[in-house]
Write a new protein. Structure first.
Length: 338
């Protein structure tokens, strides 16, 4: 009789747990839907995450930041339960590499916080162009998939990841640029320190050691229409979070877009207060002013800065936060041959 009462009590607890309403989420839940109720002994909850048609952070930052934030909020509030997340990417029509890289970084971070407790599954876009983008990006090299991988594309360096400076990756990218632009190493001498600085800053300053994220950077390079396009990102604290704020800015608040623009313009913002710091962003801006790099986009947390062909900075505030930093720039092959 005691065993029977105990089993009934446990059954009642499981049913109550199953019928609980969704956790509080400060972001309206548009992308996450529960697909199954927990029926196994360990109450594994299964949800489906629907990616938007325009899967691009650069071109669709507000919708993508909301999409990724909802996933992170959901996982953070289910730390004690096993969760199976199914990424439904089937409706994607337009995609850029930054969103693919960020999705990959997010999955790796969520696996880290779950200590292999959570399970991630999914499908790929039905749109042929979007599907080819996923395949050629190298995304399938980082996940278990039955989808047949494509052969290496001579016009692309697939997604690379690492911690701190990686001289092999840096040399590979510089050699790629030299080959595609048919130029000398002298024409690419600025690229090596530029990317090395980004890699170093990611490991040393982008992470606080307390968050669940892995201290990794991700980079991808492709040659298309006489342009060499590079995307670099991390999922750390974000540049605005590491900048030194003035008293008035701390007291009354300051838009992150304005803070990032201030750092690009060379205003001293380093929290370390060391004289040799705070040079990275102004240096990148100078490369854009001299038109050594073109079409520079910089996204970090809620800040979005773009430097146009006239070297004018356009800064704006996004509605939702993209945790981390994304750099995107282009090199003109014809201009490098001069």
């Amino acid at each position: 009789m005691w065993i029977k009462r105990r089993n009934l009590k446990n059954l009642k607890k499981r049913k109550n747990k199953t019928n609980k309403s969704h956790i509080y989420n400060p972001i309206e839940n548009n992308y996450i839907k529960k697909t199954k109720s927990p029926t196994r002994k360990r109450d594994i909850e299964e949800v489906t995450v629907f990616a938007p048609e325009n899967f691009s952070i650069i071109n669709n930052p507000d919708e993508l930041s909301k999409f990724f934030d909802e996933i992170k909020y959901y996982i953070k509030n289910h730390k004690d339960n096993k969760v199976t997340i199914y990424f439904d990417l089937s409706k994607i029509k337009d995609v850029t590499i930054d969103a693919i890289m960020y999705l990959l970084a997010l999955i790796k971070n969520l696996q880290n916080i779950g200590l292999a407790k959570h399970t991630f599954r999914g499908n790929l876009p039905q749109n042929e162009i979007a599907l080819e983008k996923f395949k050629e990006s190298g995304f399938l090299d980082f996940v278990n998939s039955r989808v047949q991988k494509v052969n290496a594309n001579a016009n692309k360096i697939t997604i690379r990841t690492g911690q701190s400076n990686d001289s092999k990756v840096l040399k590979e990218i510089c050699d790629f640029v030299i080959e595609k632009a048919n130029c000398t190493r002298k024409n690419t001498k600025f690229l090596y320190p530029l990317m090395a600085e980004m890699m170093y800053n990611t490991y040393e300053h982008a992470y606080d050691g307390k968050s669940y994220t892995i201290k990794n950077w991700y980079i991808y390079v492709e040659c298309e229409n006489n342009l060499i396009k590079t995307t670099f990102l991390d999922t750390g604290l974000g540049i605005p979070s590491t900048l030194r704020k003035r008293f008035k800015e701390t007291l009354f608040g300051e838009q992150e877009g304005k803070l990032l623009e201030s750092a690009l313009n060379g205003e001293f913002r380093s929290k370390t207060k060391l004289a040799y710091r705070n040079n990275g962003l102004p240096t990148i801006k100078n490369y854009a002013i001299k038109k050594e790099i073109l079409n520079l986009h910089l996204l970090s947390n809620k800040a979005y800065c773009f430097i146009d062909d006239d070297a004018k900075i356009s800064a704006k505030e996004m509605k939702n936060k993209i945790m981390g930093t994304i750099f995107y720039w282009e090199l003109d092959i014809n201009g490098m041959r001069g």
